[in-house]
Design a protein around this ligand. Sequence first.
Ligand code: GLN
Length: 242
Amino acid sequence: MSNNGLRLVWVYPDLLSTYGDQGNALVVERRARQRGLDVQRVDVRSDQPVPTSGDIYLIGGGEDRPQRLAAERLRRDGGLSRAASNGAIIFSVCAGYQILGHEFINDLGEREPGLGLLDVVSTRGEGARCVGDVLADIDPQLGLEPLTGFENHQGVTHLGPTARPFARVRFGRGNGTGDGTEGAFNDTVFGTYMHGPVMARNPQIADHLLKLALDVNALPPTDDRWYEALRSERIAAATQPA
Ligand code: GLN
């Protein structure tokens, strides 16, 4: 992190922000400020270069055509890949998650190359679209509270050997492969199918990204009663019989 504080980069809000993804940027920003950190948030539209000097990058969900455009522009630009090779932390949701993998199926039904920052490949699910509330246990290695979220995707994501499942679903579909996995991660790059926006429902994830960026094991506590109330409500919704 530079002396100018934490640089939070929100990638392509003009293409990948269909599901309230700005909420993730707001939550990371707020929780950093609550800990006394200076935060510089940079929103990068798809006609602008992605800066390589960010600490944390967020990339959201979107519909199939904007997803293809985003993948094309990110490949051409190269900034996000360079940031990743510099060790930046990247958190991605749904369409953004698929783009960070090796490839996905685009709106034309073709295989679209991704950035290969996560060892995952997405195909188009043959069955019904995965839509609904999700409750999942995050990989114990990360030591985080269970994940609650809402998924809405047709893609199905298969993990390669260097990607770990981000979570295992108790309710919901997650990666859609039928093996119970949800999302994927490696040391610095994370992907999930959870919308919501996911950080508002799971602020422990925002804190985890901040800890990685600051290279610390703990952060000062915050008053999380509001988040906890929302989490309990959403867990009840996910677990209630249809
Ligand atoms: N178009 C992708 C899919 O359906 C991603 C959708 C999304 O971001 N919600 O799998």
